[in-house]
Design a protein around this ligand. Structure first.
Ligand SMILES: Nc1ncnc2c1ncn2[C@@H]1O[C@H](COP(=O)(O)OP(=O)(O)OP(=O)(O)O)[C@@H](O)[C@H]1O
Length: 246
């Protein structure tokens, strides 16, 4: 389980994450939604030990990521795509990660098969399509057979087929009992994928709960999302680095 408790992240005078609390439960896909600049990546970076909170906690099965002995066996993550050396093959990339984390090399063929990359295992990553790159990032996240998956905007830039693949993959992970936390700025994309939703805007939770709760009186989740986040996208409001446009 993932527990975010009163999380605050301040940059300069501005709280980019402003007292956020939510949980992501096993056996469910939790959609973490918000417009550009809402604070999704900032929250996930703290959860994964890549950044420090100003206050509050972000815990994975009750522990902070940085205090975990072998985190890849508990939580698999993909932030900012696969993060791989383009000159390496998929297999070499996964071998490096497995070896540096004490994961048996037998897992490599398993995760390549699970992500549909078996035939591309000896292809250089520089020749991968965007969708293949996302699958490779997910394959790396799965190496430690973690019970928790955290993916930051995995469908960004993908074609409809790629989006459908990610959707089915996330559902299958939840059906296997895993805790899946996935961020997106597109509610339409998450509507059929997520069981629970956390909607944030400008660092604040504006709605959370199952689909029906977040939908409220709106005709669908996407309409609810626009109503909840209207005018909150920072480039529309002109708010940059804490300065409100005059
Ligand atoms: N190191 C930093 N210094 C100053 N401001 C930062 C820093 N990192 C993030 N921010 C600001 O924090 C805010 C939230 O950014 P964040 O990347 O968490 O949003 P997001 O919801 O992931 O957006 P997107 O969908 O565009 O990725 C933005 O205004 C961003 O400019």
């Amino acid at each position: 389980m993932i527990e975010i408790n009163n999380l605050v992240k301040r940059h300069g005078t501005r709280n980019v994450v402003d007292d956020i609390s939510f949980t992501a439960q096993p056996g469910r896909v939790t959609g973490f939604l918000g417009p550009n600049g809402a604070g999704k990546s900032s929250t996930l970076r703290i959860l994964l030990g890549l950044d420090k909170a100003t206050s509050g906690t972000a815990l994975i099965n009750g522990s902070a990521y940085r205090s975990m002995h072998n985190p890849l066996r508990t939580v698999g993550a993909m932030l900012d795509g696969p993060g791989a050396n383009k000159g390496h093959t998929a297999k070499a990339h996964l071998t490096w990660i497995a070896q540096s984390n004490g994961i048996p090399l037998s897992r490599i063929s398993e995760v390549l098969a699970k992500t549909g990359l078996s035939d591309a295992s000896r292809t250089r990553i520089g020749g991968f399509s965007l969708g293949m790159g996302q699958r490779l990032g997910i394959a790396a996240a799965l190496l430690g057979d973690p019970e928790i998956l955290v993916l930051d905007e995995p469908t960004n830039g993908l074609d409809p087929d790629g989006i459908r693949w990610i959707r089915r993959f996330l559902r299958s992970m939840a059906e296997d009992g895993k805790t899946v936390l996935v961020s997106s700025h597109l509610m339409g994309e998450m509507e059929e994928t997520a069981d629970d939703f956390v909607v944030i805007a400008r660092g604040l939770v504006v709605a959370q709960g199952a689909g029906d709760e977040v939908r409220g009186n709106h005709c669908n989740l996407e309409t609810a999302f626009f109503a909840l986040t209207e005018g909150q996208t920072e480039y529309l409001s002109g708010r940059i680095d804490g300065a409100e446009q005059a």
